[in-house]
Write a protein that binds this ligand. Structure first.
Ligand code: BEZ
Ligand code: FE
Length: 309
């Protein structure tokens, strides 16, 4: 028996008949989560169209924008992630999947598009500023568990733009690979330390469709000065985060909405000749000191005892 395709009478675009038909057409989706996602997407998209009633020309413009966004993607550039970033979607997904932010553990924030190369392994205390474009500073602290116990051997992946606001991968002719990056292992007391330069605010890439969107909406492209971290330790959830420089421009208008108050750190002017000597920085120097606190992992289900044959 052949089934006649359902014909839709769409005279009333405010009715949900068409939406119901689309949602119903998904009922054969085998994966329940995929079914949930596609049904909700269809309902929300239809509600959006009913609310905004786009003209055909506007709909074609939207398709052209998404097409251009796809075309701008390369192996080293992800314009769709950038679109998700400037619409606040990346931050929403990050926050939903991060820990609750009860103040006891370090809050997460967006990964961003510049963690594209492996950070070079460096000794504690090493200088990640290979070029010397900015004001020298020292960053130090401890990696701790929720209960305050230190996490020896915790690994810190660090990356930042130079003092002029560019990542090494953006200026391959000017910066050596690995500039502003380091992979550090915390010592027996969970301590870390490295030398770098005070980062600067910088604009996200604006030479593609996302730049057009920012210009069309009168938005600036800047992010406040920050250093990226991924901290990980045995039996703990890794955290992807930043520290933001207290007093930086754009803290209240980050182009990607990634600032959380708890992540803003003072890069305090510090007068300590012996520490300055240890790090090879002129005294006085700027020093950011903070702890990264990780959530213990949920204990995994005990595995079933192996049956003897
Ligand atoms: C960044 O911090 O590197 C970044 C994050 C989101 C979009 C663009 C840049
Ligand atoms: Fe960044």
């Amino acid at each position: 028996m052949t089934t006649e395709p359902t014909t839709q009478t769409n005279s009333d675009t405010d009715s949900t008949t068409l939406t119901d038909a689309v949602v119903d057409s998904l009922r054969g989706t085998a994966d329940p989560r995929l079914h949930q996602l596609l049904a909700a997407l269809s309902r929300h998209l239809h509600d959006f169209v009913r609310e905004t009633r786009p003209s055909m020309a506007e709909w074609e413009r939207a398709i052209a924008f998404l097409t251009a966004t796809g075309r701008a993607c390369t192996d080293t550039r992800q314009e769709f992630i950038l679109l998700s970033d400037v619409l606040g979607v990346s931050m929403l997904v990050e926050t939903i999947n991060g820990h609750s932010g009860d103040g006891a553990t370090t809050e997460s924030t967006v990964l961003g598009p510049f963690h594209m190369t492996e950070s070079p392994v460096r000794e504690l205390g090493a200088n990640i500023d290979l070029v010397g474009t900015g004001e020298p500073c020292v960053v130090s602290g401890r990696v701790l568990s929720r209960d305050g116990s230190p996490l020896p051997g915790a690994v810190l992946d660090v990356w930042q733009a130079d003092g002029e606001g560019y990542y090494d991968v953006q200026q391959p002719d000017l910066q050596p690979p690995g500039n502003g990056r380091g992979l550090f292992t915390a010592d027996a007391e969970g301590r870390f330390r490295f030398r770098t330069c005070v980062p600067s605010p910088y604009p996200i890439p604006t030479d593609g469709p996302v730049g057009d969107l920012l210009r069309a909406t009168g938005r600036h492209p800047y992010r406040p000065a920050h250093i990226h971290f991924i901290a990980s330790a045995k039996d703990h959830e890794p955290v992807t985060t930043h520290i933001f420089v207290a007093g930086s421009d754009y803290l209240d208008s980050d182009a990607v909405f990634a600032v959380k108050e708890s992540l803003v750190q003072d890069f305090a002017e510090t007068d300590d000749p012996s520490l300055a000597r240890e790090f090879g920085v002129p005294n006085p120097f700027r020093h950011a000191r903070f702890d990264l606190v990780l959530e213990p992992s949920e204990p995994s289900e005990p595995s079933a005892p192996l049956e003897r044959s």
